[in-house]
Design a protein around this ligand. Structure first.
Ligand code: AR6
Length: 518
């Protein structure tokens, strides 16, 4: 390979861009399955205004319990309950000058249970990570605005935010400003009952107190920089756009019958360089998710999903209302903005400055960005991934994340499920191509530096296209491989198996030649 050789194969990326038709992906129209928390139509030159305007508190199991709810009570002594929101307001009416003050304020309205550890990561951030003048700048200039933002939840959400529950297909649209208000509350850890290990065990954590308690990990300090930069930015200039969060549930009887799909694999761009969020931006970006959306973003992890959520903090809002994902479910977020640049990965993750997102907006003022979260299976025993049940599960999951907005758009993906979750990228690339074929979408695949993987997948894809191998035929090859690998001691790889089987079929259709017979 010469030095001028391109790092990619297949169709050029430009050919896959600009075909998403963002307006039609998920229109912003209020309905029983689409809750819109701002007034429509949006008026040019004005920020979105909250909707509804009349107060209608929702304190039940199908709505987020909001911090300002009068029904949220907190024991101040053995036999006295007080509205918790009053405690929050009074905690922040006092001046907060350092992380100890902040810890004290947050503890004043949180149960003893969530105070088991001290906020060591937070203290380290303000005493070591930031320079003294940066810390004092934060507490005098940024923090008061975060408090102000958080307290606006009273006017910004007068009625409930529904949960996106298991089995539902439902969307929530909020303004970016409302997202900021929710995140400011998460930062101050005001969401009631969300720290209890049992009550909301089917939901991700949302209050930041967990992150503040996350020890002395370098990457946690870098996470705090991401959030502080986000708050600095939105407090200085309130964002004016809107975001749609959707949960998609595919009914079992609406799932593809994989063995009988007669489509062939879709167009592919495959590159060993570039990332989903940079080169893939503008496409449907796949989030290599945890079934608890956002994974360890408010804890210790900093791999693909967490990093995406750190550079686009509005994605973290999905944790507030998204119940743990089931096998045929995905979350789609349209319109989230990127605020941060980064370097490194995992333990070496670092905030590397501000990021100005110049993506244009759709007719509902959403940035034309789309993230589709799908959680792969974690394989402690990697052999199990080749079982037909496991393959079907991943096919259906990918299909849930890819098959929206009609037959257009392209998927930006890569080694989904093949890092922390230990999957085989050669199998997973085929699974994703098969799901994209049924969803009618092209694929941009980033191998994250692995040129051999790029070449292997490209060669396989080319062979399957040239032979017009259908998704159904490929599914049969894969399930035969699953049986072979589990019933025998065969060490053959999935790609070798496919080539061998295809050669056998060719051998049958070909007229046998003399030396073949001998
Ligand atoms: N662009 C393209 N490819 C990437 C990128 C990127 N930005 N980042 C990583 N990769 P992993 P999983 C490649 O381990 O196995 C989280 O905690 C790289 O080759 O993040 O599905 C979630 O919350 C990497 O090894 O995804 C889940 O709990 C591979 O993608 C869990 O991890 C897989 O990235 C999911 O683990």
């Amino acid at each position: 390979s010469g030095i001028f050789e391109a790092p990619w194969c297949g169709v050029p990326l430009e050919e896959l861009k600009g075909k998403n038709g963002f307006d039609s992906l998920q229109p912003v129209r209020p309905s029983p399955t689409h809750i819109v928390c701002f007034k429509l139509p949006l008026i040019d030159g004005y920020r979105p205004e909250p909707f509804p305007e009349t107060f209608n508190d929702k304190w039940d199991t199908i709505h987020v319990r909001m911090p300002q709810s009068p029904q949220s009570l907190f024991p101040v002594s053995e036999n006295e309950l007080k509205p918790r929101w009053q405690l929050v307001k009074s905690a922040f009416s006092k001046s907060i000058k350092c992380s100890n003050d902040l810890e004290g304020a947050i503890f004043s309205y949180n149960s003893k249970n969530s105070q088991k550890w001290s906020f060591d990561a937070l203290h380290q951030f303000f005493s070591e990570t930031l320079a003294p003048e940066e810390s004092s700048y934060f507490f005098s200039n940024i923090f008061p605005d975060i408090v102000k933002l958080a307290l606006e939840v009273e006017t910004a959400f007068k009625s409930g935010i529904p949960f996106l529950k298991k089995g539902e297909s439902k969307s929530i649209s909020i303004s970016q400003e409302q997202a900021g208000i929710l995140l400011a509350n998460a930062f101050l850890s005001t969401f009631p009952r969300r720290n209890s290990p049992t009550q909301y065990s089917k939901y991700p954590t949302i209050n930041f107190n967990r992150l503040f308690q996350c020890g002395s990990l370098r990457s946690v300090q870098e996470k705090l920089k991401c959030f502080v930069n986000y708050f600095r930015r939105i407090c200085k200039k309130r964002p004016e756009g809107v975001i749609t969060y959707s949960r998609r549930h595919i009914n079992p009887n609406a799932l593809p019958i994989w063995s009988s799909i007669d489509k062939t694999l879709p167009k592919l761009h495959i590159s060993s360089e570039g990332t989903i969020e940079d080169e893939g931006s503008g496409l449907i970006e796949i989030d290599f998710a945890n079934k608890f959306i956002g994974g360890g973003v408010l804890g210790r992890g900093s791999v693909q999903e967490e990093i995406k959520f750190l550079i686009c903090p509005e994605l973290v809002v999905a944790r507030l209302f998204t119940e743990v994902l089931d096998d045929t479910e995905a979350v789609i977020v349209i319109g989230s903005e990127r605020f941060n640049s980064y370097e490194g990965y995992g333990e070496s993750f670092e905030w590397s400055g501000n990021f100005i997102d110049e993506t244009k907006r759709d007719r509902w003022r959403r940035l034309e960005t789309c993230v589709a979260a799908i959680d792969a299976t974690y394989f402690s025993d990697t052999k199990l991934q080749y079982n037909v049940e496991a393959i079907n599960r991943e096919l259906n999951k990918a299909y849930a994340g890819f098959s929206f907005g009609g037959n257009r758009g392209s998927i930006a993906t890569g080694n989904w499920g093949c890092g922390v979750f230990r999957g085989d990228p050669r199998l997973k690339s085929l699974i994703q191509l098969m799901a994209a074929a049924v969803a009618g979408k092209s694929v941009a695949y980033f191998t994250f530096g692995d040129a051999k993987l790029r070449d292997d997948i490209y060669k396989m894809w080319s062979t399957l296209r040239e032979t017009n191998t259908t998704v159904g035929a490929l599914w049969k090859l894969l399930s035969a491989y699953g049986r072979k690998i589990n019933d025998s001691n065969s060490q053959i790889s999935v790609f070798e198996h496919i080539y061998q089987e295809m050669d056998k079929v060719r051998g049958i259709t070909k007229q046998p030649e003399l030396n073949d017979v001998v």
